[in-house]
Design a protein around this ligand. Sequence first.
Ligand code: ZN
Length: 203
Amino acid sequence: MKIICVGRNYAAHIDELNNSRPDAPVIFLKPDTAIAQYNLPFFIPEFSKEVHYEVEVLVKINRIGKHLQHKFAHKYYDEIGLGIDFTARDLQNKLKSKGLPWEKAKGFDGSAYVGKWIKKASLTNIDKLPFSLYKNGDLVQQADTSLMLWGIDELIAHISQYFTLKIGDIIFTGTPAGVGPVAKNDLLEGYLDGQKSFSLNIK
Ligand code: ZN
């Protein structure tokens, strides 16, 4: 399986990192080894002094798809989740400034944390799905999917023009504003559509 991530999909987050607004979705991949074990803590890697959390809505692909049209994209997933795209921001900034690929900063072991999956059919409105992240009990990120520059079905259609989607692939749909660093002993808690999605210790 592969992990397909979307960058710069919320206007307020683009502004907080002083990035420019893209005219097409920004896409990058993480290897399957980036998937974090659901029940284990996240271990801050030694090569970074500034690992950031980015809470994101996740989509799990359930059919093989290629060159999909927007109107058919909804048939290619029936589970939605919430996760964290852990990012070694110091390393990413260094790589970005040299025009180099981000993989070391974005695709390291454990960098793709996946919370509980929820059946799409049980969610009220996928196009306005609220989600939030708390760090040590404080609300740090809060948004809903209507604030995405490209919605889930548009992303699936776009991604499938370049990468064949396979069963089990996970799409990280981008993070809203409020990203920030994690430190040892932090507790991250995510909520999707009012339900607790994960509780994650940082080590
Ligand atoms: Zn992200």
